[in-house]
Design a protein around this ligand. Structure first.
Ligand code: ZN
Length: 502
């Protein structure tokens, strides 16, 4: 290992540590900070992010990266990949003028506040001028990053979350998937043999839900001596550094098993964070996630492919019965399996089931692409949302609160983020096919509460590589195929067709 690389890692570790401190402040803000602390917390975050940004774009890092590139022959393949990704991060960070970063940060914060009020009062007009401002700044950001040859402005934004992906590639995957999903959803929702939701109306206290969630976390391999589970309005996962990965979830008093979905979702992110080689490589891309799409593949795998499977519930139902006694004593495995796999057309993305979820994402992908290109003026967003929603999901949107005002992302300038949710589902299903070939008794293992083999497989094939491979390359290496909609469609068809008698 060259001296330049060792020096570079030292610098990057400081940058990552500053980032981890910022995440910890953010975690505290969402969990335990008293409301009156908001003002001083904003000051702390502003100062910290300025210092972190200055360190990130320091000329010393640039020089050290150049030295590593010049002596590339001295580095092995893994370290070459590490330098390649550091170069990418450095170039992206230095392309943005400091004034634009500051203006974006300030506008995002104000715009998010305006969005909150607009959503609460169901008033899009209150949010529209802010969305306009945020989109203008986001376009400027994309121009600074630079549009790839033959690409569009949107690609520069998408690349931040899913390195190398383009709108045209996403469209090529989404278009055929959309047609097949729409037809599946229609068959399922119109089926006269729709299975009943036996869990409806069964209430259990929050403490029991929490204890059940913790027992599941332990069983699936989330290390609680290197992590925590807390409660927030919007669940999330934060991986700070070696030995500290925190999850949050939310409890629901009207549905006793639904909170487990968000706990398992965040645990999937957390198991990925814990599986990254942070003990040895913290601060370098080798200890970081590949992309948002790959991160989401891990969360959706544990949430859906595991957490809504018959195998999982064979083990988990007796555990739930023990925690919730006597609330669900009388329920059978088949009743619970049908209940956690209800499919219905609905307005809210975060509450959507596996079959309809990706249609919600496709709607947003099309709209945000048009918003960024300017083809869709902000003032026309509600009408266009409602029109396309009707085409995709067959429902008349009753208010903007359950329509174009429901997600926080655009108020933050997070454009190009939504497609990564569906990419995550696609990667998850494709990995799952490979995993089932590698672990032929996976269903039996889950039914016995043995999740170790699955977790070890993920550690070995996905987690331990960090950012050594880009998402497409990782998928090809792991599954032997480029990303395809087939595995997801096969999974959904084979699971839901028998359950819905279609
Ligand atoms: Zn997620």
């Amino acid at each position: 290992m060259s001296k330049a690389y060792t020096d570079l890692v030292k610098e990057q570790k400081d940058v990552a540590t500053l980032g981890a401190i910022g995440s910890l402040l953010g975690w505290d803000q969402e969990t335990y900070m008293p409301p009156d602390g908001a003002g001083s917390r904003a000051d702390q975050q502003e100062l910290l992010s300025t210092i972190a940004h200055q360190r990130r774009i320091s000329p010393r890092i640039g020089t050290l990266i150049e030295e590593c590139e010049a002596s590339n022959g001295a580095l092995d393949e893994t370290l070459k990949a590490s330098v390649r990704e550091m170069r990418r991060d450095y170039d992206l960070a230095t392309k943005l003028p400091v004034e634009l970063v500051a203006e974006l940060a300030k506008t995002q914060s104000l715009s998010q506040d305006a969005w909150k009020h607009a959503r609460a009062s169901d008033n899009f007009a209150m949010f529209a001028p802010w969305l306009e401002k945020v989109l203008n700044l986001t376009r400027k950001k994309a121009q600074c990053y630079g549009v790839p040859a033959g690409g569009e402005l949107y690609d520069a934004l998408l690349d931040e979350y899913e390195p190398g992906a383009t709108a045209v590639q996403i469209e090529a995957i989404f278009t055929p998937l959309q047609a097949r999903l729409s037809s599946l959803v229609a068959r399922l929702c119109d089926s006269p043999k729709k299975p009943a939701d036996a869990l409806k109306g069964i209430v259990v206290p929050q403490e029991q839900q929490h204890a059940f969630g913790l027992e599941v976390l332990k069983a699936i391999g989330f290390d609680l001596s290197a992590g925590r589970l807390d409660t927030t309005a919007h669940p999330f996962c934060s991986g700070f550094g070696p030995g500290d990965t925190r999850l949050t979830t939310r409890y629901n008093t009207s549905s006793c098993l639904e909170p487990l979905s968000s706990t398992m979702h965040e645990a999937g992110h957390g198991i990925y964070e814990q599986g990254l080689p942070k003990a040895t490589d913290f601060g370098t891309p080798l200890a970081e996630a590949v992309s948002l799409g790959i991160h989401e593949s891990q969360s959706r795998m544990w949430e859906n492919l595991v957490g809504r499977s018959r195998g999982f519930w064979t083990w988990a139902l007796p555990v739930a019965k023990r925690h919730f006694a006597p609330a669900i004593d009388g329920l059978t495995l088949e009743q619970v399996y049908a209940s956690v796999n209800q499919v219905q057309r609905s307005f809210i993305r975060v509450e959507a089931d596996e079959a309809t979820y990706n249609l919600h994402v496709m709607l947003r992908f099309g709209l945000e692409r048009d918003l960024i290109s300017g083809a869709l003026p902000v003032k026309d967003l509600p009408g266009e949302w409602n029109k396309r929603f009707k085409q995709l999901l067959g429902l008349d949107v009753t208010s903007d609160r359950v329509g174009c005002l429901q997600d926080v992302h655009w108020s933050f300038g997070l454009v190009g983020y939504f497609p990564t949710y569906t990419l995550g589902n696609l990667y998850a299903a494709q990995f799952w096919q490979t995993i089932n070939k590698a672990l032929p008794d996976l269903n039996g293992q889950m039914a016995r509460g043995e999740f170790g083999p699955l977790k070890s497989w993920l550690n070995e094939h996905i987690h331990k590589h960090g950012r050594r491979y880009r998402a497409g390359e990782l998928c090809q290496r792991v599954t032997g195929q480029p990303l395809s909609p087939e595995p997801l469609m096969e999974y959904l068809e084979s699971k839901y067709a028998p359950l819905y008698g279609v």
